[in-house]
Structures are given as structure tokens and as C-alpha cells.
Write a protein that binds this ligand. Structure first.
Ligand code: UD1
Ligand code: UDP
Length: 388
């Protein structure tokens, strides 16, 4: 065997930790690789919570989060920090996941250092620059930089082909988030979170809510909160569980409207194992999260997506997710319909797995071992400019 392949894996936010954990663990278990994990700290509490769960200690922590960070400040700090890391420790390949500003900065820094970039969860698109913002632009800008496109689904692969990414640079691996959710669901689990305890003891129906997208800050989140307050009054058996994102912009719209309701459980973000139990217990999930749209179908839970568009059309096509936006009246109507029409509910409450089979990380490991191990590292094209 030749020298191990030096991987620099980067993550910064909660979903990146969750979705990179299976990849980092798979690569670390293989002697063909050495892996350095860089936490940018774009998130602090929510990132640490996930790294702890997966027993991952970053080799480098850039610790860049500031309260109310703007996109420009965030990008500047990320580029400077990642540049320093790559100057100090060269790598054969840089890996990052998804569409956050950490991911975009990791791709751009890798490009400046002429190191191939591997994009985990490549090819998701809405083709609307501002929805989701800034994620749609982040992932589109990453595509021409990436040397390895690990697409979760065939639809994602088709998006990349349409943009001129060569077919031989795209691999359909499934989403590593499904690896993560399967792993965590199989771990022994103690219910010590009081909010989760209350939900699990509740005998009526449970609605699980997560919201955080920038385009929903302010009025849209407040409208969803008002809709839920009305629904709690209308359905007396209903309990709402809302683990709130740490962003103060999210909390300031949810808490004043829902905080005083006796059947609204507003909590700190749940650790991943508790959140998975909450998804399992929920009768219905309302979310604008990307990751939750991928996980909930595996548990057979209907999802109402609080957005106008989605880059995850597979759940909608399978009939288990529905785009409802954030209009108050519409949210009330859609939830009420599912709570009163058992036929409609059963149509949406089907377990399907359009996003992966739990083996995405293994595939990524094998692809990297074969391509780079075969001496391709220097020859990987840095810019995908050809047509398929
Ligand atoms: C970020 C990503 C988004 C991703 C989401 C997952 C960008 C621009 N946005 O959005 O794509 O879907 O994470 O959750 O990359 N904060 C804390 N503690 C934390 C996390 C956040 O206090 O652990 C607060 C801070 O005040 C921070 C603010 O939330 O400034 C916003 O964080 P930021 O990462 O900029 O954006 P998110 O909305 O979390
Ligand atoms: N999640 C969690 N605890 C919570 C809320 C969400 O563990 O209180 C998990 C969820 O299961 C999913 C991920 O966090 O895997 C989604 O993160 P988020 O919604 O912040 O980001 P997105 O996926 O929208 O980028």
C-alpha cells in the first residue's frame, strides 16, 4: 500500500456534523486514509452537541461564530481560517457537505490551494437564487469547483449533468444523513430530556415543528406560530413540540406567540438521539429544514414543508411531503385537514426511503480510495467545464 490519502474534512453547522460524521468515521476506520477534521464553529452549541454524540473531536476548531453574524463577515472569517489550515497542513482532498457558507468557503479555499474538493450531497437545486437563501447559490457555486460530486439521488445527478458536470465525476451514493439517522436510531437510548419525556407521556396527538431558514425570519415564522396557536385551541388533544434553533431571530418570532400556551413545548435544540425519538412519536411534522425532510419519510411521518420550493422533490413525488409555505390560513387548513381526514392522513403516513439506504459513506470511501489510490489525485480536473 502507498502513502495514506490525506483527507481534510470540514464542517461548521449542525446538519454538516450529522451528515459528515458517517463519512469521517468510515474514512478513519480505513488505513488507506488519514483524516483531519476541521470544525469551523459557524455554529457553536448546535455543532458541539452533534460532534459529541458521534464521538468526534475536531483536530482544528476555528471557533468563528459571532452573535447575529452577517453572511459577508461569516464568509471572510471562514476563508481566512480555512486558508490558514490549508497553508499549515496540506491535504490530498478536501471534503465538505451540503450548502452552508462553511461548505462554500471550504470549496473555494480548496480551489485556491489547487486541492481537489469532494462535495457530499451534490446536485440539490431549486433553481431559485433566493430560495433557500443563501444555500441555493452556495451549492451552485460549489459545483464547478468540485472534483467529486457525491449526489444523493438520481434527480440530483440529473441536475449536475444539465449544468455540464461530466458524468464520470458524479456518483449517486444516497444521502449520508440516512446513514446517520439509521446509526443513531440503533443506539441504546435513555430518555432524560424533560421536553421529550413530556411528549412521550402525552396521550393525544403530537405535532413536531422546526423552523430556521433565513427567508422565513420575521413575519413568516410569526405567521406559522399564530397558525399553530389557533390549531392548539381548535384540537384539544394536540401537543406541539418545537425545539428552537439557537438563532435569536427564530426565537423572537416563536416564543411571544406560543410560549404561554400550556400545550406548546418550546425547548432548546434536542440532541440528535432525542430528536429522532421525537420524530418517531410525532403524528405530523412541520418543517423548513432540509435534513428533516429527508429523515421523516423513513419514519412514515407526513411532512408539511414550510417553504414555497424544495430541492428535495423526492418526498413530494412519493406523496409523503407537501409544500405549504408559511401563510397562516393555509397552514391552519393543511394541518386541520390531516388531523380530521384519516384517509388523507394514511395516504401521507407511509414509510419510504427516497434519499438513501444507509450506505452512502461506504460508497464515498470506496470511490475516493479507488480514484485517488489509482494515482488520480494530481490528474483530477479542478474545473468541470466540459459538456456531458
Ligand atoms: C446555518 C446555515 C444554513 C443551515 C443552518 C442549519 C448559512 C448561511 N446558513 O443557518 O444553511 O441550514 O445553519 O441549522 O450557512 N447561533 C447560536 N448558536 C448555535 C448556532 C447559531 O447562537 O449553535 C446563532 C448565532 O447568533 C449566529 C446565528 O445563530 O450568528 C446564525 O447562525 P448562521 O450559521 O449564520 O445561520 P443559521 O441560520 O444557523
Ligand atoms: N435536529 C436535531 N435536533 C433538533 C432539530 C433538528 O438533532 O432539535 C436534526 C435533524 O434531525 C436533522 C438536522 O438536525 O438531521 C437538521 O438541521 P437543520 O434543520 O438545522 O438544518 P438543515 O437540514 O435545514 O440544513
Amino acid at each position: 500500500m502507498g502513502r495514506p490519502i490525506a483527507v481534510l474534512a470540514v464542517c461548521g453547522t449542525r446538519p454538516e456534523a450529522i451528515k459528515m460524521a458517517p463519512v469521517v468515521r468510515a474514512l478513519r476506520a480505513d488505513p488507506a486514509f488519514t483524516v483531519r477534521l476541521v470544525a469551523t464553529g459557524q455554529h457553536r452549541e448546535m455543532l458541539d452537541q452533534m460532534l459529541r454524540l458521534f464521538d468526534l473531536t475536531p483536530d482544528v476548531d476555528l471557533n468563528i461564530m459571532t452573535p447575529h453574524q452577517t453572511l459577508t463577515e461569516l464568509t471572510l472569517r471562514l476563508l481566512q481560517g480555512l486558508d490558514r489550515v490549508l497553508r499549515e497542513t496540506p491535504a490530498t482532498v478536501v471534503l465538505a457537505q451540503g450548502d452552508t457558507t462553511t461548505t462554500f468557503a471550504a470549496a473555494l479555499t480548496a480551489f485556491y490551494h489547487q486541492i481537489p474538493f469532494g462535495h457530499v450531497e451534490a446536485g440539490l437545486r431549486t433553481y431559485d437564487n433566493y430560495q433557500p437563501f443563501p444555500e441555493e447559490m452556495n451549492r451552485r457555486l460549489i459545483a464547478p469547483i468540485a472534483a467529486y460530486h457525491f449526489a444523493p439521488t438520481e434527480i440530483a445527478r440529473q441536475n449536475l449533468l444539465r449544468e455540464g458536470i461530466p458524468a464520470e465525476r458524479i456518483w449517486v451514493t444516497g444521502n449520508t444523513g440516512i446513514d446517520a439517522v439509521q446509526w443513531v436510531a440503533a443506539q441504546p437510548f435513555e430518555i432524560d430530556n424533560p421536553a421529550l419525556q413530556r411528549v412521550l407521556q402525552h396521550s393525544g396527538r403530537v405535532l413536531l415543528l422546526t423552523v430556521h431558514r433565513r427567508e422565513n425570519w420575521g413575519e413568516p415564522i410569526a405567521a406559522v406560530a399564530s397558525a399553530l396557536r389557533e390549531l392548539l385551541e381548535q384540537f384539544e388533544d394536540l401537543l406541539l413540540l418545537a425545539p428552537m434553533h439557537c438563532n435569536p431571530r427564530v426565537r423572537q418570532s416563536l416564543a411571544p406567540i406560543l410560549g404561554s400556551h400550556p400545550r406548546a413545548v418550546l425547548t432548546e435544540p434536542l440532541d440528535y438521539a432525542s430528536f429522532v425519538q421525537a420524530m418517531r412519536r410525532a403524528d405530523l411534522i412541520l418543517t423548513d429544514s432540509g435534513g428533516v425532510q429527508e429523515e421523516a419519510p423513513a419514519f412514515g411521518k407526513p411532512i408539511l414543508v414550510l417553504r414555497e420550493t424544495t430541492e428535495r422533490p423526492e418526498g413530494v413525488a412519493a406523496g409523503v411531503a407537501k409544500l405549504v409555505g408559511t401563510d397562516r390560513t393555509r397552514v391552519v387548513q393543511e394541518v386541520a385537514r390531516l388531523l380530521t381526514d384519516p384517509h388523507r392522513y394514511m395516504q401521507m403516513a407511509r414509510a419510504v426511503n427516497p434519499y438513501g439506504d444507509g450506505r452512502a459513506a461506504e460508497r464515498i470511501r470506496d470511490i475516493l480510495r479507488h480514484s485517488i489510490g489509482a494515482g488520480e489525485s494530481g490528474a483530477v480536473p479542478m474545473l468541470a467545464t466540459g459538456t456531458p
